[in-house]
Ligand binder design. Structure first.
Ligand SMILES: C[S@@+](CC[C@H](N)C(=O)[O-])C[C@H]1O[C@@H](n2cnc3c(N)ncnc32)[C@H](O)[C@@H]1O
Length: 299
């Protein structure tokens, strides 16, 4: 694999690329200037949610909702400029912040779907209100008359409840109803758990299966995908597997290192060996360990 490591002279930002994947290490607000306007087919934006999480040295809390929304409007404006005229953008944020982005986005592009990523319950259960079981995703396009949507690539089984195939007798020759359909806007995918092979050490890693549906539907092979808040670089990893080009931007050095390893760009960083998380875990009542290959042993 041909690997190139380029540094921007006089600037702190750094570029790392290999084959079809590029990592920009730095703040999105700055690094996005490295991306040509009107050059991107698909953007997946999963920013910090303003809920007080820690991402390495970064604390995800703005002084007010308004401050957070204003920050988002800044990078959303830039992202829309980077999109091709037939491009699509998926935007995530917290349930409480999404109304701000929804109201803003509907004035700057077309929101085609409001998706709920629904998952299994969180570890900490709410006792005095209804616990959150989903995260919202907006699917936006620049031009509702001209955008990519590969329905065939993402169809799911259309459950009718019938045991036998339903026949459409209204047709001249009775034919079975189509047994697949485009998924609706509630998507169930389990969150990334420690024991899953894709797990990385990050507080907000998104499942590969979620990105797979988005990338298959809204881009074509060799298309260019941008993730301005790459985290563990899930978007780039899935893009690579599906034969798309990608650019991932991340400001935290720890997560940059995950990306370099996960995407096969580098096996070392400043002399440090980049290794996958050690999946050793302990069971209650018994001390049972598992290796990252899944072999179990008791102590
Ligand atoms: C919600 S996480 C993204 C998770 C990612 N989708 C994944 O699957 O791993 C948001 C990421 O944005 C990064 N981040 C926060 N502010 C940033 C900024 N201004 N520029 C670039 N990255 C930033 C954080 O370090 C964090 O890793």
């Amino acid at each position: 694999m041909q690997t190139s490591l380029r540094f921007c002279s006089g600037k702190k930002k750094m570029h790392y690329s290999s084959g079809s994947t590029t990592i920009l290490h730095g703040q999105s607000e700055v690094a996005l200037s490295e991306v040509a306007d009107h050059s991107i087919d698909l953007i997946f934006a999963d920013p910090p949610y303003n809920i007080g999480k820690s991402f390495g040295s970064f604390h995800d809390k703005w002084p007010s909702d308004k401050d957070y929304a204003e920050w988002c409007y800044g990078w959303l404006t830039t992202c829309l400029r980077k999109l091709k005229s037939n491009g699509s953008m998926y935007v995530m944020t917290s349930t409480q912040a999404m109304p701000y982005l929804d109201l803003w986005l509907r004035n700057h592009c077309t929101i085609l779907s409001r998706i709920m990523w629904h998952y299994d319950s969180s570890g900490v259960q709410a006792k005095s209100y209804y616990g959150s079981m989903f995260e919202p995703i907006l699917f936006c396009v620049k031009d509702p008359k001209n955008y990519t949507f590969n329905a065939d690539a993402i169809e799911v089984e259309a459950r009718t409840g019938a045991v036998r195939k339903l026949i459409d007798y209204r047709k001249e020759i009775p034919t079975p109803y189509k047994s697949t359909k485009v998924p609706g806007n509630v998507w169930y995918y389990p969150r990334v758990r420690y024991r899953m092979p894709e797990y990385e050490n990050h507080p907000s890693q998104k499942p590969e299966a979620l990105l797979e549906r988005i990338i298959l539907a809204s881009s074509n092979p060799n298309g260019v995908i941008l993730d301005p808040f790459a985290g563990t670089f899930t978007t780039c990893a899935v893009a690579k597997r599906l034969g798309r080009r990608s650019i991932g931007i991340e400001q935290e050095r720890e997560y940059l290192k995950i990306g370099l390893r996960r995407l096969g760009i580098a096996s070392e960083f400043n002399g440090e060996k980049l290794i996958a998380p050690d999946k050793t875990y302990t069971r209650k009542n018994k001390t049972r360990h598992a290796t990252s290959q899944g072999a179990l042993f008791d102590e």
